[in-house]
Design a protein around this ligand. Structure first.
Ligand code: AHR
Length: 486
């Protein structure tokens, strides 16, 4: 197969925020996975040293918190002040476990500071009040003399935090209040007035968006809210089967591999449908689409709490993950942010933990390999892949995306075929190659890392041939690869 990358044809910026993450008070994501109160696990102010060090490598641009469904049940006042006096609550969404609120606003910003990431907070519309939301904003971001800002100071934080991204509710068509879009739009208009700008930069307001392909929700919000919102969020998960039988995260066969690829590739159709609606109301692309929940969702690991959504992570997740990231790149005129669900121990995670142990997943390696694309300018890339038809959908065997940043070209490629290696020659037009290197991730279809065998799957050097402005390589079946060209 031949691919031509035209370095002089730039196609807009791939927003770094597409590589965002999501953490919710769900299962062992926050407690145990990130935040510990166990002196046997090395930590700084509760944040696990091993997990933080591994995540720092990913240069995470933005982190969403506290949910998810949990956000519309969360009352921020319960999570400030002396930990021993913080009220308990029952996490009714996720396993009915007791939430002690020891991880709250101050701890979340501490996590963001340790990771050097920007916070994205999702507020409570479903069970909260306008006053609660307005007060939280003032507590976090007001620099002057006010009871709320002084309360923050009393709780140990003198200067306000920088908060750019704020979500006005989560899945308000479902767990966030079971609303109709007309009702939600009116609520958004009201809540948004009280999200005041105390900092230097106006807060970027994200409306709770549609579920999968519910374009009516998008249309009503575009019509009724319009530019009072900066973005609409979209949630779209992929499976091996469907919502009622999602498949096992590790035990799957060839069919399970391909049906997951087809499910992941549906992201293309879903984004296209919402974009078409948004284009009718906003031809200048001023309102963004933010896919703030995406990833592979399988049946929970047998023997684990069904409300904790714990699953393993295999090569399949890395390959279908790259397919989706490429779809975000292609739609970077509208898709400004995306947040994979979720960062640790829940759904398609970067990291899994068990007590003091930690493993990096194939999805961690995918994100680490893709870093070069963040804020890069997408380059026109021409190629003609073979396609497969799976469950009535057409999926490409090969997907390629290229970008340029600071004179470095990053090319990412994945091969969705289980058995066909692909010989590829890439011509880089209008640019000289002084050096090029590649790494790849491959293995058996269900290769994964465990606490006993943490290095079963990790990236390895991929051999490439460079001749003038052509790079040739064999992209192994079931693999992802990234080439860095200087
Ligand atoms: O990520 C798990 C859950 O999926 C989130 O809490 C919710 O928003 C979505 O339904």
């Amino acid at each position: 197969m031949k691919a031509v990358i035209n370095t002089s044809r730039k196609q807009g910026k791939i927003s770094k925020y597409i590589y965002g993450q999501f953490t919710e008070h769900l299962g062992r994501c926050i407690y145990e996975g990130i935040y510990v109160e166990d002196e046997n696990i090395p930590n700084t102010n509760g944040m696990r040293t091993d997990v933080i060090n591994a995540l720092k490598e990913l240069e995470i641009p933005v982190l969403r918190w506290p949910g998810g469904c949990f956000a519309d049940d969360y009352h921020w006042r319960d999570g400030i002040g002396e930990k021993s006096s913080r009220p308990y609550m029952v996490n009714t969404n996720w396993g009915g476990v007791v939430e002690n609120n020891h991880f709250g606003t101050h701890e979340f910003f501490e996590l963001c500071e340790q990771l050097n990431t920007e916070p994205y907070i999702c507020g409570n519309v479903g069970s909260g009040s306008v006053q609660e939301m307005r007060d939280w904003i003032e507590y976090m971001t007001f620099d002057g003399d006010s009871p709320l800002a002084n309360e923050r100071r009393k709780n140990g934080r003198d200067k306000p935090w920088k908060l750019k991204f704020f979500g006005v509710g989560n899945e308000n068509w479902g767990c966030g209040g079971n609303m109709r879009p007309e009702y939600y739009s009116d609520l958004f208009r009201r809540y948004a007035v009280f999200i005041r700008n105390y900092g230097d930069e106006p807060i970027y307001k994200i409306a709770g968006g549609p579920n999968v392909d519910d374009t009516n929700w998008t249309e009503v919000l575009m019509k009724n809210i319009g530019k009072a919102m900066n973005a609409i969020s979209l949630h779209n998960y992929s499976y091996e089967g469907d919502w009622n039988s999602k498949g096992d995260s590790v035990s799957f066969d060839e069919n399970g591999w391909y049906s997951n690829m087809a499910s992941a590739y549906k992201m293309k159709k879903v984004i296209k449908a919402h974009k078409a609606v948004m284009d009718q109301y906003d031809s200048e692309n001023e309102i963004a689409l933010i896919v703030d929940e995406w990833g592979n969702w399988y049946d929970v690991m047998p023997g684990t709490n069904p409300g904790f959504l714990y699953q393993q992570n295999t090569l399949r997740d890395a390959v279908s993950g790259m397919l989706i990231l490429h779809i975000f790149h292609e739609n970077s005129d509208r898709v400004y942010m995306a947040n994979i669900a979720q960062m640790v121990n829940v759904l398609q995670s970067m990291i899994l933990t068990e007590g003091e142990n930690m493993v990096l997943t194939p999805t961690y390696y995918l994100f680490n390999m893709m870093k070069g694309h963040m804020d890069g300018l997408r380059l026109d890339t021409d190629y003609d892949s073979k396609n497969y038809e799976i469950n009535g959908s057409i999926i490409p065997q090969i997907s390629i995306s290229a970008s340029e940043k600071n004179g470095v070209i990053t090319v990412s490629l994945c091969n969705t075929s289980i058995d066909a290696d692909e010989d590829i020659t890439i011509s880089i037009c209008d640019s000289n190659i002084s050096s090029a290197e590649a790494i790849a991730l491959t293995g058996a279809i269900n290769s994964h890392n465990t606490f006993d065998a943490p290095d079963t799957i990790k990236p390895e050097t991929l051999s490439i041939n460079v001749e003038n402005s052509n790079i040739s390589l064999t992209l192994p079946a079931k693999s992802i690869a990234v080439i860095t060209i200087k």
